[in-house]
Write a protein that binds this ligand. Structure first.
Ligand code: PLP
Length: 362
């Protein structure tokens, strides 16, 4: 028996050491999660669609459910990311893209993404329905517009009641008034397309020299910059500051939740966004991405927005705008091409010379 043990024990030890050295099977690359809030590994599958989703998470979740209902053979995974963060992510994943399609967020970032070779052209048969092809469809089919929304100001009504004699802002210069010192919230343009739309609006209206001078003073009025474009409406609704600079449809969405917000527009002119959509260069689930692209341009899909508290105007004929008055304001002739091409330089200038992007709130 002892002789047997002497023989078997070293053999067992050798087997155990060898087992410990066996290389584990490769872990699948991290893929977007279907929860939208975290990321997890998912096995590669042809029945998958990985969506980089920039609008508010509630709309992203709604679109996932609606698309899966229309295409039961496809599972949608999405990650919600603000425009600037999405662009950075696509740059970093250029060699091994994890997303198939990017849906939502101002087209300035899609123009920048196209310039950098991050998107794949797709000529959708449904693009024919786009209302204004010059404005809402890339000439080379790298992106298509899926919604339109104007920039506005949201002022907390309780704060106004506590400050008799103070008027809500009705011009860009009003934001510089002493009563709004440390009372303004807006997102940082490095992460947010909303905030970039605001600074590019000012630069177009005032020219670069006067525009940057204004932006420096405007940034000096800000209590805190946020990461996400719509978040300031929520915080101002909660009374953290007096005024938020956000898209007007996001102000309506907060009002719907019961926030005491008053919506005003800068009367001399305001900027607006065309929300974009584009297929990612090298998308692994290309056919599914094309299905989403076609589906997102259907009037019945665009009319789903208000179900998920998204009140942007549609871009295709046959779809009714839920709140057309949000675009019946003094809109500037926003130059999307110029703002898209300048995006990196303008964001770098803002970050390096005016306010860095550390410690952003939500
Ligand atoms: N959420 C909503 C509701 C929007 O309308 C937009 C604009 O396209 C965004 C988010 C864009 O997000 P961000 O400003 O965080 O890039």
């Amino acid at each position: 028996m002892r002789r047997f043990l002497f023989r078997i024990v070293p053999l067992l030890i050798t087997v155990l050491i060898m087992a410990a050295c066996v290389v584990p099977p490769p872990v699948p690359a991290a893929a977007p999660s279907s929860s939208g809030s975290s990321e997890s590994a998912a096995a590669p599958s042809t029945n998958t669609l990985n969506v980089l989703c920039t609008p508010q998470v509630q709309w992203c979740e709604g679109m996932k459910a609606e698309f899966e209902r229309a295409n039961p053979e496809i599972t949608v995974n999405f990650v919600r990311m603000s425009s600037g963060e999405a662009l950075t992510r696509l740059r970093n994943e250029r060699e091994n893209p994890q997303f198939d399609i990017w849906w939502g967020g101002p087209v300035d970032s899609f123009i920048a993404a196209k310039e950098e070779g991050l998107l794949e052209a797709y000529d959708s048969p449904n693009a024919d329905a786009i209302l204004d092809k010059n404005l809402m469809l890339d000439a080379d089919n790298y992106w298509a517009g899926i919604y339109v929304g104007s920039l506005g100001f949201a002022t907390n009504e309780n704060w106004l009641a506590e400050h008799p004699g103070v008027e809500p802002p009705r011009s860009w210069d009003d934001l510089l008034k002493p009563e709004f010192q440390g009372q303004i919230m807006v997102a940082h343009p490095s992460s947010s397309g909303t905030s970039y739309t605001a600074i590019c609006t000012v630069l177009q209206m005032r020219g670069e020299e006067a525009g940057w001078d204004y932006i420096t003073r405007y940034a000096g009025q800000v209590l805190q910059f946020t990461r996400s474009g719509a978040a300031p409406a929520k915080f101002v609704g909660q009374g953290e500051a007096a005024v938020a600079i956000v898209f007007s449809h996001d102000i309506v969405a907060e009002q719907e939740k019961g926030s005491p917000l008053l919506l005003t527009f800068p009367e001399e002119g305001t900027g607006y966004e065309i929300g974009g959509m584009g297929i990612i260069a090298g998308a692994k689930n290309l056919e599914n991405a094309k299905k989403w692209f076609d589906w997102a341009l259907l009037p019945e899909t665009q009319e789903l927005g208000p179900t998920y508290q998204a009140y942007q105007a549609p871009t295709v004929s046959g779809a009714e705008a839920s709140l057309p008055e949000l675009l019946e304001v003094n809109l500037i002739n926003y130059d999307f091409q110029w703002c898209g091409e300048q995006k990196k330089d303008f964001v770098d200038k803002f970050t390096n010379e005016i306010a860095n992007a550390e410690a952003l709130k939500e």
